[in-house]
Design a protein around this ligand. Structure first.
Ligand code: C2E
Ligand code: MG
Ligand code: MG
Ligand code: MG
Length: 274
């Protein structure tokens, strides 16, 4: 009887794996077609200065219909489509940035941030693609921020070499979701970093003056001490913005200041920290 149940369970498990592989293949094929049909778009979320809330940078985030990048980006990483999609994202973001600089002058953002996955960093020729894209769009390297996660550069290797080469080109490197991966502080000794994006989890519950606030305080001391720039992620309330400012944060990003949209309002009028 027990053996029979185990067998049945195993069969169900195999069917489930099959379903998952089918789903993955289907999604992959749809993404391939969507890329050819030009159905991916970018939205841009402001990164603002505190306490005035004026736009300083923007982060580009990819969109594909109603599906979340948290779902389709990992699929694109596994099937390799991220390489081509990533090149499109980089080219589109840089071209948009240059157009904004021409259109908005002093109100245009100073920098644009592009998320880059581990697979892209490991791809031979990635740094050349970035250099060519900058040259092709006429954008100075210092205006670009490449966002990488701790996991992508953990363990060194080609990914870290790519980051070092980008940094040498003059491109800014941001560590995304900082504090949630492995060996967060250790990475600061081995990877050239310009911007620390302090994860939303430390911003949440700041007002409770518990461990979140202690860690957020320690992180701003580390960034200041190392001469890096800190960006607090996921700021949703005026209260969080005020607490962050009091702790010493001067850059923030989150729904309180603006959601990701196709064209943020570059008018020099900010959402104050409150
Ligand atoms: P991320 O790079 O950490 O981007 C921040 C995510 O938090 C975005 O989700 C953004 O919409 C969301 N967010 C911003 N402010 C708030 C807030 O106040 N509250 C809350 N709850 N969320 C906020 P999104 O656009 O769904 O992207 C999710 C993740 O997908 C990104 O996390 C990034 O890891 C990846 N991703 C998005 N676009 C790209 C891309 O162009 N290339 C690559 N390689 N990955 C991307
Ligand atoms: Mg990011
Ligand atoms: Mg982030
Ligand atoms: Mg995040």
């Amino acid at each position: 009887y027990a053996a029979k149940t185990t067998k049945a369970r195993f069969r169900r498990y195999v069917v489930e794996l099959d379903d998952r592989a089918d789903e993955e293949a289907r999604l992959g094929a749809e993404m391939r077609a969507a890329l050819d049909a030009g159905q991916f778009t970018l939205v841009y979320q402001p990164i603002v200065s505190l306490p005035d809330g004026e736009i300083r940078y923007v982060e580009s985030l990819v969109r594909w219909g109603r599906s979340s990048p948290a779902v389709f980006i990992p699929v694109a990483e596994r099937n390799g489509l991220i390489v081509e999609l990533g090149e499109w994202i980089l080219r589109t973001a840089c071209a948009q940035f240059v157009a904004w600089q021409a259109a908005y002058g002093e109100f245009a953002p100073e920098r644009i941030s592009v998320n880059v996955s581990a697979r892209q960093l490991a791809e031979p020729g990635f740094v050349e693609v970035v250099a060519d894209t900058l040259a092709g769009t006429g954008m100075a390297p210092g205006h670009l921020i490449v966002e990488v996660t701790e996991t992508a550069v953990f363990g060194g290797g080609v990914a870290v070499r790519a980051v070092e080469e980008l940094h040498e080109l003059g491109v800014n490197i941001a560590l995304d979701d900082f504090g949630t991966g492995h060996s967060s502080l250790g990475l600061l000794q081995t990877v050239p970093v310009d911007v620390l994006k302090v994860d939303k989890s430390f911003v949440d519950n700041l007002a409770m003056a518990g461990r979140h606030a202690v860690i957020a305080t320690a992180l701003i001391q580390v960034t200041d001490g190392l001469g890096l720039t800190a960006v607090a992620e996921g700021v949703e309330t005026a209260e969080q913005a005020r607490s962050l400012y009091e702790l010493g944060y001067r850059l923030a990003q989150g729904y309180h200041f603006g959601r990701p949209v196709p064209e943020p309002a570059f008018n020099g009028i900010g959402v104050a920290a409150g």
